[in-house]
Design a protein around this ligand. Structure first.
Ligand code: G6P
Length: 507
């Protein structure tokens, strides 16, 4: 993958691309040659840019978070462009270079944020695709904004992509971009990766715009999912709704001119930059911080840890219910066992999220009011995001990691915990409804809806002998290190390159 400032290919450098035009020079004026446009051979398109900037700050910082963490090493190894929203409404920023990547900011107005991001993306698609844990709301105005904003992303991507470039579209906020992009720029190779679950057809079919979304996704040459089951659900929806043929992972998509192309839909489970977590875990400062954290909690015998965005899909309430009952049943004592719950603020203007926050904080208050002592707390609740160093210190301090999602595309936190445990100690309790469960079979798998089962498993984790912890952790670590984020992006991009070759052969 190579980035270049291409020579102007036409008068304005973009006229050769359908859909991108400019006015001819005025007669008799000396022709002014505008600077050549920036053209990239590899473009990532995601709802968010990989950077953010505090209020009043001049400096951009790399932002934390699953997707950025996952793609950071990919972008580090290549020259390219990243198209995305800078994260605040009405922010108008010219394209700029950051750490060797060209960033192309997309402006979202306050109304776009409300209708496209909070509305359709996070109050329609998010709950629908997470098995309607919260009720999805279907609003036509939100859909219109989703179409409008997806088009804006597609146009900006078409503009920055060099001829024959590879464009990798990310996640559920941009499901229409692959088709929009293909319509404008048939020369591109287009990949799409879906970071969240794809639901069973019985649920998916609720979506009033189910056909348009499937067609949008099928604009890609390769459509990647977290789990085999997600890819299966997608193929089933395509068969049922569009009546297209599907064979193995190939979907035959009619092109409108009597011919057809094949789109590949299969699982590519995402991962993390495992080595960078192991490196931090070996850093003496991080280890000292882990000790300090334990001391700060009054050196309990066991520390349980939950780390989540404050989201109803994460099963935080179920986890707290189980923990509260273990205290009530006197299986554990707050002077002996502490639960640290990091709940980072998320989508706070969406009603389901503000309700959830109220509920969680009420529960924490009740449990702590009942079981805290002057020297020890039952639940240390932290409504903040933290830098990676602090997260790894927390992982090292935690004897038991609780990932109790009711539904989750992958859950990278489970993998981060494993990668950080260079000492081969610690126990991962993992929901079978998180994508990570397909790979991390040596964790203690739970059904978070089964509170009795979850309580028993938490006790088993608390009491697990060191030798068994070591056996399980080594197996988990092997998997996470063999299938790290580099392996993920390589396998996706090589499937994409093959798809392009196949398309070339047919042309
Ligand atoms: C999930 C999604 C990402 C999203 C992230 C944070 O991991 O798959 O696409 O960026 O949550 O959510 P936010 O709404 O803050 O971008």
């Amino acid at each position: 993958m190579r980035r270049r400032r291409a020579q102007a290919p036409g008068a304005d450098g973009c006229a050769r691309y359908p859909g991108v035009t400019s006015a001819p020079p005025t007669p008799r004026e000396a022709p002014v040659t505008p600077p050549p446009p920036y053209l990239a051979d590899f473009v990532v398109v995601a709802n968010r840019l990989p950077v953010d900037r505090g209020d009043g700050d001049e400096e951009w910082r790399r932002s934390p978070g699953g997707l950025v963490t996952a793609l950071e090493p990919v972008m580090r190894g290549t020259d390219g462009a990243w198209v995305g929203w800078p994260g605040k409404p009405d922010m108008q920023v010219e394209p700029f270079d950051f750490d060797g990547t060209r960033l192309v900011p997309i402006t979202l107005t306050a109304e776009d944020v409300e209708l496209y991001y909070e509305g359709f993306s996070n109050d329609t698609i998010w709950p629908l695709y997470h098995d309607v844990i919260a009720a999805p709301r279907y609003r036509r105005q939100w859909w219109d904004a989703y179409v409008r904003v997806n088009r804006r992303f597609a146009e900006a991507s078409a503009h920055v992509a060099a001829e024959g470039a590879t464009v990798w579209v990310q996640d559920y906020q941009l499901q229409l971009v692959p088709k929009m992009l293909r319509d404008q720029r048939p020369d591109l190779t287009i990949g799409y990766f879906h970071h969240i679950p794809f639901p069973a057809y019985g649920l998916y079919s609720q979506l009033p715009w189910r056909r348009q979304v499937l067609e949008g996704l099928l604009g890609a040459d390769v459509i990647g999912f977290q789990r085999v089951a997600d890819a299966g659900n997608f193929a089933r929806a395509v068969r049922r709704r569009l009546r297209y043929d599907t064979k193995a992972s190939g979907i035959t998509v009619p092109t409108g001119d009597g011919t057809s192309r094949v789109a590949l839909a299969r699982a590519f489970p995402i991962s993390i930059d495992a080595q960078s977590y192991a490196d931090l875990a070996r850093d003496p400062d991080v280890q000292a911080r882990a000790k300090e954290i334990r001391e700060g909690l009054g050196n309990p015998r066991k520390i349980l840890l939950g780390v989540d965005r404050l989201d109803y899909t994460k099963g935080i309430r179920h986890r707290m219910k189980a923990f509260g009952e273990l205290l009530e049943d006197e299986h554990i004592d707050s002077s002996d066992v502490t639960l640290v719950q990091v709940a980072s603020p998320s989508r706070e203007r969406v009603e389901a999220y503000s309700h959830l926050r109220d509920e969680i904080e009420l529960t924490v208050g009740r449990i702590n009011g009942t079981y805290d002592t002057v020297g020890h707390t039952a639940i240390r609740y932290l409504h903040h995001g933290y830098p990676r160093e602090e997260m790894v210190a927390l992982f090292l301090a935690a004897d038991v990691m609780l990932v109790t999602a009711l539904r989750d595309g992958m859950n990278l936190v489970a993998k981060e915990y494993v990668a950080s445990r260079t000492d081969n100690r610690g126990v991962l309790v993992l929901s079978e409804f998180a994508g990570a469960a397909d790979e991390l079979g040596s964790a203690l798998l739970i059904n978070p809806h089964d509170i009795v089962g979850m309580k028993e498993t938490i006790m088993r984790a608390i009491d697990m002998p060191g030798a068994e912890q070591g056996r399980r952790m080594r197996a988990l670590r092997r998997r996470v290190f063999e299938h790290d984020v580099n392996a993920w992006s390589k396998s996706f991009l090589s499937a994409l390159a093959k798809a392009r070759e196949r398309a070339g052969d047919r042309a």
